[in-house]
Write a protein that binds this ligand. Structure first.
Ligand code: SER
Length: 340
């Protein structure tokens, strides 16, 4: 039977940090893309997508319209309120991050039922899913595995951890007591460390001191780092983050032993990041004005994570270590961006 609807990939939150890189990479590979974002896509992205929906993932009617018109084979569900912003409006964060996720999982299940194949559902979870009890424990334990210290202290972290479980429920136990229900969601997620993009400045995250430092220095603006110099968490350059999304999406299902995978590329302190930024931008003015509450959030995130499961199961292998990320990606691309 000919296909009545158009086969596409759906990206939510497409105009955000990760979305920028993902839309660009996916469109270069020829995949037809449709997007949902609360704001219109910027001029660099809009021409790359087959259809852009400006609206919210909490709008079930919007998802119904998409279901009627498109055969969605893969979902990259990126839309979320990040960790700092979520602490100011926790109820809204829960609404968008959890209820929005539930809407998308239902949508994917219905898509899968209508075209008869599982819908691959890729979900970026976060290092925020962890919650270490105190700084001493953080310094003592070093790299943590996926199932250790999963007691997040932020609304965002609680949302991410629960959504990992919701995805697993849809993939493996959906309506398990109904005789005719077949799970149609092939759910896969990774816990990203702090992501650093040369093209966009994040908004509302707590790991943002890393990227904010670099972008401020390139613009010649002073920057007050809101965490102590010794503060350490893992980071990753955005191209490796986008690679990870695409590699996990393409991995053979039978190889995947987990629902959520830790990922890391380089674990560095705020002082080490400041040092390379100051070396690259001679007029950088970066000092420390610690925000005790945001510091508390970062102190509850691990100094490093054990990502051996991602490496073994689906070949995760970041190409940018700390030196290369700055030397070959962040500094030249950011310099070029602000020169323009
Ligand atoms: N980078 C995100 C944040 O800081 C964590 O996923 O909120």
């Amino acid at each position: 039977m000919p296909r009545l609807r158009k086969p596409v990939v759906l990206i939510t939150g497409a105009g955000g940090e990760i979305g920028h890189g993902l839309v660009t990479r996916l469109s270069a590979s020829g995949s037809p893309i449709i997007t949902i974002d609360v704001s219109p896509l910027d001029a660099s992205l809009a021409p790359l997508v087959a259809r852009e929906f400006t609206g919210s993932i909490t709008d079930v009617n919007l998802l119904e319209r998409i279901l009627a018109e498109f055969e969605v084979e893969r979902v990259f569900h990126l839309a979320a309120l990040l960790s700092t912003r979520s602490e100011f409006t926790p109820i809204t964060a829960h609404h968008v991050n959890v209820e929005g996720m539930l809407n998308l999982l239902e949508f994917a299940q219905h898509e899968g039922e209508s075209h008869g194949r599982p819908v691959t559902f890729i979900y970026p979870s976060s290092i925020a899913a962890f919650g270490l009890p105190d700084l001493d424990t953080k310094m003592r334990v070093g790299r943590v595995r996926e199932d250790e210290f999963t007691h997040p202290k932020t609304m965002y972290g609680c949302n991410k951890l629960y959504c990992e479980l919701l995805g697993d429920y849809y993939a493996r136990h959906y309506k398990q007591l109904s005789v005719d229900a077949i799970p149609r969601v092939d759910f896969r997620s990774m816990r990203f460390p702090g992501l650093i993009s040369a093209l966009t400045v994040p908004s509302g995250g707590t790991s943002d001191y890393g990227p904010e430092m670099i972008h401020a220095a390139a613009k010649g603006e002073p920057y007050h780092c809101f965490v102590r110099p010794d503060t350490t968490i893992p980071f990753m350059a955005m191209p490796d983050g986008v690679d990870a999304l695409l590699t996990l999406a393409a991995a053979p299902r039978a190889r995947l032993t987990r629902t959520a995978y830790n990922l890391s590329a380089f674990s560095r302190s705020a002082a080490e990041i400041r040092d390379v930024v100051v070396a690259a931008f001679s007029n950088a003015k970066i000092d420390y004005q610690v925000d005790a509450k945001r510091q508390g959030i970062i102190d509850s995130w691990p100094a490093d994570v054990d990502d051996s499961a991602a490496r073994a199961d689906w070949g995760f292998a970041p190409t940018y270590d700390f030196e290369r990320a700055f030397r070959e990606y962040l500094i030249p691309t950011i310099q070029q961006r602000y020169r323009r």
